[in-house]
Write a protein that binds this ligand. Structure first.
Ligand SMILES: N#Cc1c(-c2ccc3cc[nH]c3c2)n[nH]c1N
Length: 244
C-alpha cells in the first residue's frame, strides 16, 4: 500500500517512523510519503489560507495549493482521497478493514475552518473522495485524525503485526467477537500486590477460558458501551448480559 499525506505540519507525522508502522515502511510493506502543502504555493509568504466568502470567523484553506498538490501526488487512477473533517461519516473498524484493501490512499489534512469545498468537488471528478470523522469532538486540524486512521488501517495489512500482536482478539474485530469490547487481560506474576489472576485463566481448560473471556467482554461492553449491546440481536444474549 502507498499512502500520501498532505499537511502544513508534515513534522506531525514523525510517529509514522516508529514502532510497527516504521518497521513496515523499512521492510517495504508500506510506502508512506508526507508532503508540505506549502510546497505548492508561489507567493513569498507561502499563503495557504484566506478569509471566507460570505463572512464569518476564521480562515479557509485556498483551493489553488490543494489542487496543485493533489495533481502532483495522485499520478494513478486508483488513488482514493480521504479528507478528515468533523462533518464526515464516522470512521469505524469496518472502514479500516475496507480501506486496508486499497492500493493507494491520499490523506488531505485541513486546518483553520477547513478546505475550500471546491477541492473535494474537483477531486471527485477524478477519484473516490471520502469525508470522514474520527469522533464527535473538535480538533484543530486533520493531522491527528489521519494518524489514527493510518494506524487503524495499516495494522491490518498482512505482515505488519508481528507474532506478539494480534488483530483477531481486538475490540470490534470480526471473528465472533464483533461489536464487543475487549475484556480484562493478565500476565505474570499470578499474584501482584495481593491481586490474584482469575483462577480460570490458570486452569488450562481452553474451552472454559474462551467462554469466560466472552462473558467478560459482554459484561464490559454492557458496562461501557450499552449502545453496542442495545444494537445486538436478541439471540445469543440473556438478560444478565444486558445488565450494567
Ligand atoms: N476527522 C476529524 C475531526 C476534526 C477536524 C478535522 C479536520 C479539520 C480542519 C480544521 N479543523 C478540523 C477538525 N475534528 N474532530 C474530528 N473528529
Amino acid at each position: 500500500m502507498r499512502i500520501d499525506i498532505i499537511s502544513i505540519f508534515p513534522d506531525y507525522f514523525a510517529p509514522l517512523d516508529l514502532s510497527l508502522i516504521g518497521r513496515a515502511r523499512t521492510s517495504g510493506l508500506l510506502d508512506v510519503h508526507v508532503h508540505d502543502l506549502r510546497s505548492w504555493t508561489h507567493d513569498r509568504h507561502n499563503t495557504v489560507d484566506d478569509t471566507p466568502y460570505g463572512g464569518g470567523p476564521g480562515m479557509v484553506m485556498k483551493p489553488e495549493p490543494w489542487g496543485e498538490a493533489l495533481d502532483s501526488v495522485i499520478g494513478d487512477a486508483s488513488a482514493r482521497l480521504i479528507l478528515p473533517t468533523p462533518s464526515g461519516r464516522p470512521f469505524r473498524q469496518a472502514d479500516a478493514e475496507r480501506l486496508a484493501g486499497e492500493g493507494h490512499l491520499v490523506f488531505g489534512c485541513g486546518r483553520y475552518e477547513g478546505i475550500d469545498s471546491r477541492v473535494a468537488q474537483d477531486a471527485a471528478a477524478r477519484m473516490p473522495v471520502e469525508e470522514i470523522s474520527i469522533g464527535d469532538y473538535v480538533l484543530n486540524g486533520g493531522e491527528s485524525a489521519t494518524l489514527v486512521m493510518v494506524e487503524a488501517i495499516t495494522r491490518l495489512l498482512p505482515g505488519v503485526l508481528g507474532n506478539k500482536e494480534s488483530a483477531v482478539q481486538d475490540s470490534f474485530a470480526s471473528g465472533g467477537m464483533e461489536n464487543l469490547v475487549e475484556g480484562p487481560v493478565y500476565t505474570k506474576p499470578a499474584t501482584w500486590r495481593g491481586h490474584e489472576v482469575p483462577p480460570i485463566l490458570l486452569s488450562g481448560n481452553h474451552g472454559a477460558v474462551d467462554r469466560w473471556r466472552r462473558d467478560q467482554a459482554l459484561r464490559k461492553t454492557a458496562r461501557n458501551r450499552p449502545d453496542l449491546v442495545a444494537a445486538m440481536p436478541e439471540e445469543g444474549l440473556d438478560r444478565r448480559d444486558r445488565e450494567v
